[in-house]
Design a protein around this ligand. Structure first.
Ligand code: FE2
Length: 308
């Protein structure tokens, strides 16, 4: 059983609790989300001067598409309006600015018909973010920037919410990934050979749940939810932004979704900064999630790799 709440009356606390139980929360429209999507649209349209960004893949060589998209992805992360926009979305929902920590906003493009499915536009196989070292208290937020067809969206596989999947997360090391895997994203244009955690058993993915929401809407779900990028056959690129939040209180109290099968090394907690002022995640809190004393690699995802 899985529940999708559409425009629920409840806000932050109950919302997190529902999400930790496997619910997906959809807001059909909010002023702050619309403003954030408009900000993203303006950045994309400037980068693809004059072209319709949904159709640009039909006009550009794939390398030229990547040359426009990679710097856009990076500048969007560092744009103060992006940070303010995420805060506004969360404030509308009653999230506490001192307890809530946010990571960076990631702009994504899912191109149609296999034009670009690797590197900066990696088409995600079915995965839980917790296989990639996300904390069990993490909430993922996903919003579209343009209208998109159902085949261009994202799929959820809620039948695995409380069912373990044999997977490769025990070989995944977050700090090593920050140091190496991410930085190579731009190099993976035609194929993607980076080692990532996959399911290691056949998955039963039907039926899958696809949510289609218009720009100005947003979808929130647990990092432990099994999800994937749909094979986009719509003829148009789908543009979206996602970001993640955690409640500091919940992280400290080890609250969140229950862990079925995630066993990565390291934690992405240091990527999160305080909603109010960008203050760092307390090191002792992150350290409590580490499974070893010394670390090789990089603790934090800086978003700088797309510029390299
Ligand atoms: Fe994901």
């Amino acid at each position: 059983m899985s529940t999708v709440y559409v425009d629920p009356a409840f806000q932050s606390d109950r919302m997190m609790n529902e999400i930790y139980q496997g619910a997906i929360v959809v807001r059909e429209h909010s002023a702050a989300t619309e403003q954030f999507a408009a900000h993203a649209r303006a950045q994309i349209e400037a980068a693809f001067d004059g072209m319709d960004p949904r159709r640009a893949q039909h006009q550009l060589e794939v390398e030229s598409f990547v040359d426009r998209f990679a710097p856009l992805k990076s500048s969007f992360i560092h744009d103060p309006r992006s940070r303010d926009g995420m805060r506004a979305i969360l404030s509308e929902l009653g999230f506490d600015a001192d307890d809530t920590y946010i990571d960076v906003p990631r702009m994504r493009v899912s191109t149609s018909s296999g034009y670009l499915t690797s590197g900066v536009a990696y088409a995600h196989h079915p995965h839980r973010d917790t296989w990639y070292s996300a904390p069990m208290a993490q909430v993922n937020w996903w919003l579209p920037i343009y209208d998109y067809a159902t085949s261009a969206g994202m799929a959820f596989h809620p039948q695995y919410w409380s069912r373990a999947v044999r997977n490769g997360s025990d070989a995944f090391d977050y700090y090593n990934w920050n140091a190496k895997g991410r930085k190579e994203a731009r190099l993976h244009v035609r194929s993607d050979t980076r080692v990532q955690p996959h399911a290691e058993e056949p998955l039963d993915l039907d039926p899958e749940l696809r949510i289609v929401v218009r720009p100005g809407g947003i979808v929130a779900f647990s990092a432990a939810q099994l999800h994937s990028t749909c094979p986009n056959t719509s003829g148009e690129s789908r543009w979206s932004v996602d970001f993640r939040t955690v409640s500091l209180d919940h992280v400290i109290a080890l609250r969140g979704a229950s862990n079925q099968d995630s066993r990565p090394s390291g934690t992405s907690l240091r990527d999160f900064v305080r909603m109010r002022d960008g203050g760092a995640m307390p090191e002792e809190v992150a350290r409590a999630y580490d499974d070893r004393l010394s670390v090789e690699g990089e603790f934090v995802y800086s978003g700088a790799e797309a510029q390299r």
